[in-house]
Write a protein that binds this ligand. Structure first.
Ligand SMILES: Nc1ncnc2c1ncn2[C@@H]1O[C@H](COP(=O)(O)OP(=O)(O)OP(=O)(O)O)[C@@H](O)[C@H]1O
Length: 273
């Protein structure tokens, strides 16, 4: 069943839930009383919607980085995140932006260690276990060969992989990843999704990803939330939510969902509407 509110959803003790989120920039209201979640631990959730619909704004609001108005509340089990100082909130709920900041003049290995310590460390401070943990993350992301390269020399996709490794290495309870696959080739898109799935399950992370690839959302996430024109349009299991009617209303395409002989779903677009 596609639900636009979580009213009949059972509560989960360590789930991420954002209620009544409104965001305004100047006179423009970008999000209108959006309630999203609960995003459950151990599950992969996707935020979907067209360009400019408010996905990044919703993530930033959940992370405490967008100007919320009204009676919004964000919880992740325990006391509301909304009342916490930003540094503490980030330890619980980590947001990786779509546009990564300019790279530091640091080797990748040091950048990864610095991320865990939330600040740059001189090489003399590098501990053996820090190096081992950082190398372990680089290996998981298939970028161990970049360990000694300066961050400023990396390609866009390599930087995105380092950014993801930095985010995961900080061991948050909830990960908010804004278009984490946008610069990645096909192999790395699927490798990263598989890795995120493993980490999410193993550590019972709350993982929420902004995605534009509906085929990945259909086949590799458990739950999707569709934002349209600043409103919550639909939420639920991907194959329930991504119907031809929704694709027409929200994405302005005539399309249907097909299932291959391998059981995988894919969106077949007939044209724009
Ligand atoms: N700092 C800002 N000041 C003014 N308007 C903003 C600001 N940030 C975002 N907006 C506006 O809010 C709306 C939603 O932007 P947002 O980045 O959340 O969209 P999105 O769904 O993530 O889009 P995309 O898929 O293109 O990344 C857009 O119209 C955007 O121009």
């Amino acid at each position: 069943m596609v639900m636009a509110t979580p009213s009949s959803t059972p509560s989960y003790p360590n789930a991420l839930l954002a209620t009544h989120v409104s965001v305004r920039y100047g006179h423009n209201t970008i999000l209108h009383d959006v309630t999203a979640g609960p995003f459950q631990p151990g599950k992969m959730s996707a935020l979907l919607g067209p360009n400019g619909s408010g996905k990044s704004t919703l993530m930033r609001a959940i992370a405490g980085l967008a100007p919320i108005t009204g009676a919004a509340c964000v919880t992740l089990g325990g006391p509301p995140l909304s009342g916490m100082p930003l540094a503490k909130r980030t330890q619980h709920c980590l947001y990786l932006p779509q546009a990564l900041p300019a790279p530091a003049q640091l080797p990748v290995l040091e950048a990864l260690i610095a991320a865990r310590h939330t600040g740059a460390l001189p090489p003399s401070c590098l501990q053996e276990d820090d190096v081992e943990a950082a190398m372990n993350w680089l290996e998981k992301f298939e970028i161990a060969h970049l360990a000694m390269r300066n961050m400023s020399t990396l390609s866009g996709g390599q930087r995105q992989l380092v950014g993801l490794a930095q985010a995961l290495s900080r061991n948050p309870k909830a990960l908010l990843l804004d278009e984490p696959l946008s610069a990645l080739d096909l192999h790395h898109q699927y490798a990263v999704m598989a890795l995120l799935r493993r980490e999410t399950t193993q550590h019972q992370l709350v993982s929420v990803l902004v995605l534009h690839d509906l085929n990945i959302a259909l086949n590799m996430t458990d739950h999707v939330v569709v934002v349209h024109e600043g409103h919550l349009k639909a939420a639920g299991p991907p194959t329930d939510v991504l119907t031809p009617a929704l694709l027409r209303d929200v994405y302005k395409v005539n399309a249907h969902i097909e299932q291959g002989s391998d059981g995988k779903y894919f969106v077949s677009v007939d044209g724009i509407s």
